[in-house]
Design a protein around this ligand. Structure first.
Ligand code: HEC
Ligand code: HEC
Length: 210
């Protein structure tokens, strides 16, 4: 008798699940899977990019990721041409704006939550120790307030420069200086105070983390 009731409740659950759309929900997560796979073709497994012009994105905060993916989707952030590094479209031209263009807000959030739980794997790269030491002083003076503990904290929601690829950082800072990417007014004010040589030193400092 009890068994029979169990079977009945199992049936009821299935029926209600279909009624309330749990089945389409399963289909959505399959498409999320394929979107996340697309990211790996350039950003590497779990966002741990091994390409020096593609940023490491695993381990960034949800807020930073959501803001930046939406900024590409909504063309608020410049998106330079790039190409697929692996996968079925290897070598094909694309850009972050193209990649993000069809993502709904709910997709963006789910992708961001997934990536935020991954480890930020610092790039192994050559740096100049003397310039890096100078860069640390400049960082402490102009950048530490928002990029705390030497730009190592995801919770600042400001990216993490410590261990990020240096060629990518160069490009990012050029975009900020040229006004092609939105930044807080106070960061723009600090960037206006530093010289191009200071920026080179800052990048060496961030590259010195391994
Ligand atoms: C065809 C290669 C390619 C693919 C595929 C790709 N990206 Fe990117 N992504 C890049 C490049 C190159 C940049 C740096 C662009 C720039 O300078 O603004 C970038 C930048 C980003 C940034 C900004 C990071 C930062 O530090 O500011 C985020 C976030 C991002 N991508 C997320 C994603 C997500 C999520 C996916 C999958 C849905 C994805 N990308 C797929 C190449 C790619
Ligand atoms: C008033 C706070 C503030 C100050 C000061 C500041 N920043 Fe930022 N910075 C931010 C925020 C917020 C972001 C994230 C913007 C976004 O979401 O695109 C950011 C983003 C960045 C990024 C992009 C990271 C990435 O992964 O794409 C770089 C590089 C950067 N800042 C460098 C600097 C440097 C170098 C200094 C000092 C000269 C500095 N910032 C000072 C707030 C600040």
């Amino acid at each position: 008798m009890l068994k029979k009731r169990n079977r009945q409740s199992c049936f009821n659950f299935l029926f209600l699940s279909i009624l309330f759309g749990l089945v389409p929900f399963a289909a959505l997560s399959a498409s999320l899977d394929s979107q996340l796979k697309t990211c790996t073709y350039c950003h590497g497994k779990d966002g741990a990019s091994t390409e020096s012009d593609v940023p490491i994105i695993g381990g960034y905060s949800v807020e930073f990721l959501v803001n930046n993916i939406k900024a590409y989707r909504d063309h608020e952030r410049d998106c330079p041409d790039t190409k697929y590094r692996s996968g079925p479209d290897k070598g094909k031209k694309s850009s972050m704006c193209q990649i993000a263009k069809d993502l709904k807000d709910s997709d963006v959030r789910q992708i961001a939550v997934y990536l935020s739980k991954k480890k930020f794997v610092r790039a192994k790269q050559q740096f100049d120790p003397a310039l890096a030491a100078k860069g640390k002083e400049i960082h402490d003076m102009y950048c530490e307030k928002c990029h705390s503990e030497g730009a190592t904290q995801a919770k600042d929601d400001a990216g993490m420069m410590a261990g990020q690829w240096m060629p990518y950082l160069h490009q990012a800072l050029d975009e900020f200086v040229a006004g092609k990417r939105p930044i807080p007014k106070k960061m723009k004010a600090k960037l206006d105070e530093v010289t191009p040589e200071d920026i080179d030193a800052l990048i060496q400092f961030y590259g010195s983390y391994h």
